[in-house]
Design a binder for this molecule. Structure first.
Ligand code: SAM
Length: 264
């Protein structure tokens, strides 16, 4: 298992390009602005953060890629957000965005969708506001490796997190269900008791293609995610599913899932 995990990690380290991924993501958005996969996940995140009263201010996002949009709604509630990612070039792209470097990528098309879900009237103004909100809440962008027992550097793991989230990442790093369960076990150790774990992604995905590179995905199903969470000390497990994802030629999936759980 470890040999296979290392092979996948090496493939990411050599071939995962933040700009190609950015193009892939924006290319996946529905052209007419109607609901798509990300609107489903953004709506779930909005509903979760606006209805749950979560104590604390520390949130960790695992496998951020070069993106900032998954913590957009959370940035209203958490003032100490850490973004983390395996590929250093992705971390650097986020840092460029935080600094507003002139050549940074533009996440406004995604953030405008968040603004719409937040029921804002002036979408352009709200998007700018959300950008500034994220910039002020994100305190660090760090290296992470979910298949390594030391997932993040010790200095960032000393104090447990109140919330940990990860989107479209665990299934791509895991080789099988055992490997997925071990990742959840490592995440558990970074979270405080009573803290929340939020995971989302596609089910039964077997591949996704960015530029000329095809990336692995362990074709996980809802019952597998449930099993990994239960095996590793999580309860109050609540799923939301989107039955018909907007697939295109560059990836496949059966459903989309969004799950929240509590460390017991
Ligand atoms: C499909 S992308 C998702 C990025 C982002 N969360 C999003 O929603 O767009 C998967 C990410 O997982 C990262 N990844 C792959 N293996 C990893 C590992 N072992 N530890 C942490 N991140 C990993 C990749 O570098 C990539 O950024």
């Amino acid at each position: 298992m470890e040999k296979e995990e290392k092979k996948i990690r090496e493939h990411f380290l050599v071939n995962f390009d933040p700009i190609e991924f950015y193009d892939f993501k924006l290319g996946s958005l529905s052209k007419d602005g109607t609901e798509d996969n990300y609107d489903f996940w953004f709506s779930c995140l909005y509903e979760f953060f606006t209805t749950e009263k979560i104590d604390g201010e520390r949130l960790l996002d695992l496998g951020s890629g070069p993106t900032v949009h998954n913590v957009a709604t959370a940035s209203s509630y958490f003032s100490r957000i850490v973004l983390s990612e395996l590929v250093e070039n992705c971390c650097e792209e986020i840092r460029k965005w935080l600094r507003k470097d002139p050549d940074c990528v533009d996440w406004s098309p995604m953030l405008e969708r968040v603004a719409k879900i937040e029921k804002r009237k002036d979408l352009k103004a709200a998007t700018k506001e959300i950008e500034e909100r994220i910039r002020s809440s994100v305190k660090a962008v760090i290296h992470c490796d979910v298949v390594n027992d030391q997932v993040i550097a010790k200095e960032y793991a000393q104090e447990p997190y109140d919330v940990i989230m990860s989107g479209l990442t665990l299934e791509t790093a895991a080789v099988d269900l055992d490997s997925h369960s071990k990742i959840i076990g490592r995440i558990n150790r970074l979270l405080r008791k009573g803290g929340k774990l939020i995971l989302f992604g596609p089910t039964k995905t077997t591949f996704w293609k960015v530029g000329d590179n095809t990336f692995h995905s362990f074709p996980i199903d809802v019952s597998d995610v449930q099993k990994s969470l239960e095996e590793n000390g999580f309860g109050d497990i609540r799923f939301k599913l989107k039955e018909q994802p907007d697939n295109d030629a560059r990836y496949n999936s059966d459903k989309l899932y969004f799950v929240t759980s509590t460390k017991l």
